[in-house]
Design a protein around this ligand. Structure first.
Ligand code: URA
Length: 189
C-alpha cells in the first residue's frame, strides 16, 4: 500500500488518542504531515498554540524560521519535506513534554520514520535529538556532526525557538547544519 495511505490510517488512529494526559487539554492532535515519500524528515518537540489550533506542525514563529532555513540553505519548500514532532499534542502552557508523554507517543514517531524512510532526518532541539539518537548528551555537544542510523542519517541542530530567543551564533550554526543535511542528501551544488 502507498506510504501516504498508511500514514493517513495512522493519523486517523492518532486523532482519537488517549494514551497520555495531554489528550485532555489539546484542541486536536497534530500528527505531522508533508510529503510521505520525502527524502528529508524534520522532527521537532511538540505543537505550540498555533499548531494546536490549526492541526499542522510548525505554523507559528518557529515554523516560519524553519521554512526560511529549508528554503535558503536547502532550496526546498515544506511541501517536499515530512514534518513531525516528538509528541503530537500541545503540552499546557508550552511546558516541556514529560517522559511518560514522550514514551506514550513514541510509537507514532517510530512508525512515521519507518514509513517515510527518509535519507536524512533533521532533529530540532534536545527532545527530538535525545530520543532519536538515543543519547543523554545535549544538543550543543552533538550538533555539528551527522549520525548514520540504518539507512537514514541523523543531523541534529538547535530548535528554531533557540535562534528566535536571540542567538546569532545559534542561527549561524543552524544554517551550517541545514547545509550539512543538504550535502548528505546528495544535493550539494
Ligand atoms: N515547535 C515544535 O517543536 N513543533 C511545532 O510543531 C511547533 C513549534
Amino acid at each position: 500500500m502507498p506510504t501516504g495511505f498508511l500514514l493517513a490510517d495512522l493519523a486517523a488512529e492518532a486523532s482519537g488518542c488517549t494514551r497520555c494526559p495531554l489528550a485532555a487539554t489539546r484542541t486536536q492532535v497534530v500528527f505531522g504531515g508533508g510529503d510521505p515519500d520525502a527524502d528529508l524528515m524534520v522532527v521537532g518537540e511538540a505543537p505550540g498554540h498555533q499548531e494546536d489550533l490549526q492541526g499542522v506542525p510548525f505554523v507559528g514563529r518557529s515554523g516560519q524560521l524553519l521554512d526560511r532555513l529549508l528554503a535558503e540553505e536547502m532550496g526546498v519548500d515544506r511541501s517536499q519535506v515530512y514534518i513531525a514532532n516528538v509528541v503530537k499534542c500541545r503540552p499546557p502552557d508550552n511546558r516541556n513534554p514529560m517522559a511518560d508523554e514522550i514514551a506514550a507517543c513514541r510509537p507514532y514517531l517510530d512508525a512515521q520514520v519507518d514509513l517515510v524512510a527518509p535519507k536524512v532526518v533533521i532533529t530540532l532541539g534536545n527532545f527530538a535529538t535525545k530520543l532519536l539518537l538515543n543519547t543523554d548528551e545535549g544538543i550543543t555537544k552533538v550538533r555539528g556532526s551527522s549520525y548514520p542510523m540504518g539507512d537514514t542519517v541523523l543531523v541534529p541542530t538547535f530548535h528554531p525557538a533557540a535562534a528566535l530567543r536571540g542567538g546569532a551564533t545559534v542561527l549561524a550554526d543552524m544554517r551550517a547544519d541545514f547545509v550539512r543535511a543538504k550535502r548528505l542528501m546528495g544535493r550539494a551544488a
